[in-house]
Design a protein around this ligand. Structure first.
Ligand SMILES: *Cc1c(COP(=O)(O)O)cnc(C)c1O
Length: 375
């Protein structure tokens, strides 16, 4: 453990060995295979890798591990206060590995706390990977647990309502069943769920960790035992993060604290201005802060989203530039209408991902779009 502050570690984590290597920027290792003249020793190492161990040495093969990706994993683990982190090609690949690990362990039942990211909801509801789900509120999640429950899945702040869950109360109530917290919206800058009893923290690294809308990835921070299961699954499913993406995500971590704090300040000011707007009926903004704002409007939400000019109408979030979308017709369209209503996702809800633009420029664009959509 370092004596430096968390923000300092965000800049330096995963890079502590660079100076001794005579380097400043982390090297990108694009190898798909690694030379070895010790055939027997290498076979033993590959067996160990297949069991999910990672000795930190040459990875034998690029689907097993990668030195550049390991730097990102080590850094993220440190920032979440975890023993380990395992990186994947996307957030959904990371979630799939968590589910497959539970199925393989013979505990395929999942308690899902709604609302969740649209594709997560779809994956659990469809049972495509062999899991079954009981949908629950944070309050009744523990009573939905059965002998076959391998996982409780929760998102806080949740997408797209920004509902917050008392993670400590939930993890206490559900123990000893592992609780997976999708902390994509909060990032480790605003929330560190392992400190509140979570077993696993999942990030769509595509969002804030990368932060520039140009890299896809996912990562799970957890204990070493769980990490071993996840590496095993990653090895056989080929869901490895690309080394180039590992490099970009590690670079993203260094600016994560300033990006999240900067965008949060703008988002909270926009939330305040929206609350005063006559065409806005309700504003959702998390108590922990963050760069996401959702609001319900009496204007036409689809016309509003189409009328922005500086902000981009698009799915995804967490980039340096602001994005807006209408969950009921886009990201959460995959849910049936009743489930959507139960999860609090009204047809009037608009979701805004606030970037690093000037607050007055964003407000000018947003307010002209609201006026346009009110005609
Ligand atoms: C985007 C997102 C995911 C899925 O991640 P991908 O990288 O798109 O696969 C999961 N959870 C949340 C909260 C997200 O925003």
């Amino acid at each position: 453990m370092s004596m430096h502050s968390w923000t300092t570690r965000a800049v330096h984590a995963g890079k502590d060995d660079l100076a001794a290597l005579g380097l400043h920027a982390p090297p990108i290792d694009l190898s798909t295979t690694y030379p070895s003249y010790d055939v027997v020793g290498e076979a033993t190492r590959l067996d160990e890798f297949a069991e999910g161990h990672d000795d930190g040495g040459p990875p034998v093969y690029g689907r097993v591990a990668n030195p550049t990706v390991r730097r990102f994993e080590n850094a993220l683990a440190e920032l979440e206060g975890a023993e380990a982190a395992v990186a994947f090609a996307s957030g959904m690949a990371a979630l799939s590995a968590c589910l497959l690990a539970q199925v393989a362990a013979g505990r395929p039942h999942v308690v899902g706390v709604r609302p969740l990211y649209g594709t997560t909801d779809h994956l659990l509801d469809s049972g495509l990977l062999g899991t079954s789900v009981t949908w629950a509120t944070p309050e009744d999640a523990a009573s939905a647990i059965t002998a076959r429950t391998g996982l409780v899945v929760v998102e806080s702040p949740a997408n797209p309502t920004l509902d917050e869950v008392d993670l400590r109360a939930l993890t206490d109530a559900c123990a000893p069943v592992p609780v997976l917290v999708d902390s994509t919206f909060a990032t480790p800058v605003l929330q560190r769920p392992l400190e509140q009893g979570a077993t696993m923290v999942l990030h769509s690294a595509t969002k804030y960790l990368g932060g520039h809308g140009d890299v896809m990835g996912g990562v799970v921070a957890c204990g070493e035992d769980m990490a071993r299961s996840l590496r095993q699954i990653r090895f056989v499913t080929g869901a490895m993060l690309h080394p180039m993406a590992g490099y970009e995500l590690l670079r993203g971590l260094a600016t994560l604290p300033v990006r999240v704090r900067g965008a949060s300040a703008t988002a909270s000011e926009l939330a305040r201005r929206l609350a005063d707007h006559p065409r806005v009926t309700r504003v959702h903004y998390p108590s922990i802060g963050g760069a996401m704002v959702s609001f319900e409007t009496s204007a036409d939400p689809v016309a509003l989203v189409s009328a922005v000019r500086l902000i981009t109408p698009a799915v995804s979030l967490g980039s340096v530039d602001s994005l807006i979308q209408h969950p009921a017709s886009l990201t959460h369209r995959i849910m049936d209408e009743v489930s959507r209503k139960e999860a609090g996702i009204s047809a009037d809800l608009v979701r805004l991902s606030v970037g690093l633009e000037d607050v007055d420029d964003l407000w000018a664009d947003l307010s002209q779009a609201i006026v346009h959509a009110s005609r």
